[in-house]
Structures are given as structure tokens and as C-alpha cells.
Write a protein that binds this ligand. Structure first.
Ligand code: DX5
Ligand code: ZN
Length: 223
């Protein structure tokens, strides 16, 4: 077995937390010994749903959260909002490849603002679409469901895309993280890990777990 560059990280998605009590839902993540929190930002244009905005991140910081804010922008025009998210306390900001824009410029701007940057692919988008950006990202996020809603079923066809991206990463000696998002439970996390993933977003599976600590330990303990 070839060793992957990073040990596994579980990033619970706050989307599946209690929206009347987001600070408490974020605190649960830290209380379970986890370091990352995944924040899903939706604009009703790029995806047919709405969530929260930069002020929510700022409020979580004011409430004391020290988690690494893994910020997933599902926005038609992310370049208009990255400064606000950086100021609000994002640590990593990911943008989708599908909206037509200056992706390279936006990724560079995210770094200039002091954050790590990531590029995201929808299930229908091939790995080739982001190949030209792989030398300027800290993370590649492969959506394993169509973005917009939590609680959907994992799409196994995404495993080949992960394996392709992982091959390119090995060939180039790059160290960006390879993240999966959508329908991830322990079994799917294991399959994705075998295909090269090292960062696992889980909304439903984490917040609805009978034993969250056990779930976290299983995912972050994957070989
Ligand atoms: C979907 C979001 C996901 C979602 C995952 O658009 O990007 O982060 O919260 O939720 P589950 O784990 O329930 O599929
Ligand atoms: Zn997400």
C-alpha cells in the first residue's frame, strides 16, 4: 500500500447542525476532538438553496470557535464575497470550477487575503477541468453528490475521479488535500480513502450519529 501525503481529517458540515443554535453545533465538533468545520455557503443561483453568510462565520468566531473553517462557496460569483469570508474568519476558501470566471485570479486573491484555497468539482465535471489549477491550490474537493442539499446518496462513480486526481498528485509530488463531500458515512469514507481522499466532509452522518466520538475516531483512524 502506498502512503498518502496526509492523515485523514473529518470536517463535519454545519449544514446538518441545529440552525437555531449554530454556536453549540460548532462546539460539538471541537468537543469531539475534531479540528475542522465545513461551512456550506449557498446563494440560490449556483445551487437551488440558501444557507448563511459571512456574518455567521464572524458570529461563530465571536462565540469562541477556534476550529479550522473549511469554507465551501457554492456561489455564482464567489469573487465578490471572498474578502468578506476571509475577514469573517475563514481559514480555507473553496470555489467551484463550473461558474465561468477568472478561477486562477480568485484563488490567488484568496491566498493574498491570508487563507488557503481550494477548487471544487460537481459530480458531472471531469477531473481534467481543474488540472491547470492543481499547482495553485491547497485542496481539491470532489463533490460526491450534486451540491445544494444535505442527506443525499453518495455517488460511487466519483471514486474513479478521486483515483485520477490522486495519480496526478503523486506524479507531480504535490501535497494539496483531496476532500470528498456528500453522502459520506464510514463505509464510503473507507472507499474514498482507498481511492486517495484524505479529508472527509460529513453532515448527516456526524450530527445524527448515535456515538459521534466513535464516528470521528473511525473516520480519522482510516489507514
Ligand atoms: C451539499 C454540501 C454538503 C452537505 C453534506 O451541497 O456541500 O457539505 O452538507 O451533507 P451530507 O453529509 O448529509 O451529505
Ligand atoms: Zn460542502
Amino acid at each position: 500500500m502506498v502512503t498518502l501525503p496526509h492523515s485523514p481529517i473529518l470536517a463535519p458540515s454545519l449544514l446538518a447542525g441545529d440552525h437555531a443554535n449554530l454556536a453549540a453545533s460548532a462546539a460539538v465538533v471541537a468537543d469531539n476532538g475534531l479540528r475542522w468545520l465545513h461551512l456550506d455557503l449557498m446563494d440560490g443561483h449556483f445551487v437551488p438553496n440558501l444557507t448563511f453568510g459571512p456574518e455567521t462565520l464572524a458570529a461563530l468566531r465571536r462565540a469562541g470557535s477556534k476550529l479550522f473553517f473549511d469554507t465551501h462557496l457554492m456561489l455564482a460569483e464567489p469573487q465578490r464575497y471572498i474578502a468578506a469570508f476571509a475577514k469573517a474568519g475563514a481559514n480555507l476558501i473553496s470555489i467551484h470550477i463550473e461558474p465561468d470566471s477568472d478561477h486562477a485570479g480568485t484563488l490567488a486573491e484568496i491566498r493574498r487575503l491570508g487563507c488557503q484555497c481550494g477548487i471544487v468539482l460537481n459530480p458531472g465535471t471531469p477531473a481534467e477541468a481543474v488540472r491547470h489549477l492543481l499547482d495553485q491550490v491547497d485542496l481539491v474537493l470532489v463533490m460526491t453528490v450534486q451540491p445544494g442539499f444535505g442527506g443525499q446518496s453518495f455517488q460511487p462513480a466519483m471514486l474513479d475521479k478521486l483515483a485520477q486526481l490522486d495519480r496526478w498528485r503523486r506524479e507531480s509530488g504535490a501535497t494539496w488535500r483531496l476532500e470528498v463531500d456528500g453522502g459520506i458515512d464510514v463505509n464510503h469514507a473507507r472507499e474514498c480513502r482507498a481511492a486517495g481522499a484524505d479529508t472527509f466532509v460529513a453532515g448527516t452522518a456526524f450530527y445524527k450519529a448515535r456515538d459521534r466520538a466513535a464516528f470521528a475516531a473511525e473516520v480519522e483512524g482510516l489507514a
